[in-house]
Write a protein that binds this ligand. Structure first.
Ligand code: DAH
Length: 347
């Protein structure tokens, strides 16, 4: 049997439960529990049938009014819960725009590039201009014009990668084995005074080992003018060697043979590891060879159309990998091009 007291009790219980419902699911459960077809308020209304008509009217009205209040309360609560949820999502997704960004890995220059830049900076500081030439070269520039004729034993100094060039068998092509052909290319195009350096990749038909690669980087140098002497060569290369390896380096020259220079020589520095006492790096000689050089052979000047009575010149050529190995203490040339990041990250 339903009465006013029942209604009051039901209202108090319903509002208390509603207050405790803190999310959408709990609210829905509450709605079904109180206002649903099998809910507690519906049950109470059903009980009205046992009342007198008079009672049925008053209690019935009170129950209907309660139903409206509960629906309103439910609606208000639902609204509040919804709003709190949205607020929570917004706070949760807020981004702190003042946070520093994730660090980007920083790249670095390859050790050969770094060494090349230092070499070029040193020599251009002494007035040498950078010139470049092709990596695929004619036999004529790579060998013939440099006084290395076919079948001459000097060819053995440069194991060569030949390129099949069927159209014209008389002008064989190759991957240049050194940067020296650019001496000829430059002299063909310019008149003295000439002061150039030629940086570039060279290729050799070579079994690789700790000191040989099939690809290498060289820098060639050439100076031609009136009155250039061996003293200019020595002064230039001594200054270069000291800029690269330290001001207190001793610099020495020793006879060597290259077909395109006369006299030919190697330039060497005192071993900066053992300071001359003898160690593995200098093969216990106290000296380290850093490049080849010499006075440009008069025949080469004449072939370029220069008067060898009037002009003289010096030339030099160095392997950048060798210089880098010495500077950084790298014991195997193959490290430079095997792309092992553990090696490259050290520079
Ligand atoms: N081209 C030589 C080589 O690859 C290096 C060289 C030696 C270059 C003496 C020169 C030079 O210009 O004068 O072994």
């Amino acid at each position: 049997m339903a009465s006013d007291t029942d209604i009051q009790q039901l209202e108090a219980a319903a509002l208390k439960d509603l207050d405790a419902a803190s999310d959408i699911a709990a609210l829905e459960e509450w709605r079904v529990g109180y206002l649903g077809r099998k809910g507690r308020l519906t049950g109470l209304l059903r009980g009205l049938s046992s009342l007198s008509i008079e009672e049925r009217r008053t209690v019935g009205r009170a129950a209907n009014e309660l139903k409206e209040r509960l629906e309103e309360a439910h609606e208000a609560r639902r609204h509040a819960v919804e709003e709190a949820r949205v607020e929570q999502v917004i706070v949760g997704e807020r981004r702190d725009v003042t946070l520093p960004g994730p660090p980007l890995p920083r790249g670095r220059l390859h050790p050969i590039t770094q060494t090349m830049r230092d070499i070029v900076a040193s020599l251009s500081g002494m007035g040498f201009q950078v010139a470049e030439g092709p990596e695929i070269e004619w036999d004529r520039y790579n060998f013939e014009a440099l006084r290395i004729p076919q079948d001459h034993p000097a060819r053995d100094m440069w194991d060569t990668l030949w390129i099949d060039y069927e159209k014209d068998g008389r002008r064989p092509m190759l991957m240049r084995t050194h940067t020296s052909p650019n001496q000829i290319r430059v002299m063909e195009q310019r008149e003295p005074p000439i002061r150039i350096i030629v940086p570039g990749k060279c290729y050799r038909f070579e079994a690789t080992d700790a000191t040989h690669e099939w690809m290498l980087t060289q820098v060639e140098g050439l100076a031609v003018d009136e009155g250039i002497s061996l003293a200019d060569l020595k002064g230039t290369l001594a200054e270069f060697a000291r800029q690269m390896f330290g001001r207190d380096r001793k610099v020495g020259f020793r006879c060597d043979y290259f077909p395109f220079v006369e006299p030919g020589m190697e330039c060497r520095i005192d071993c900066f590891i053992c300071r001359g006492d003898g160690c593995r790096t200098c093969h216990h000689s106290g000296w380290i060879e850093i490049l080849g050089a010499g006075m440009v052979h008069p025949e080469i000047l004449a072939n370029a159309g220069y008067d060898p009575e009037r002009y003289t010149g010096f030339a030099f050529g160095m392997g950048v990998e060798r210089i880098a190995m010495l500077r950084y203490g790298v014991d195997d040339i193959r490290h430079f091009y095997s792309n092992d990041l553990r090696f490259l990250r050290q520079f």
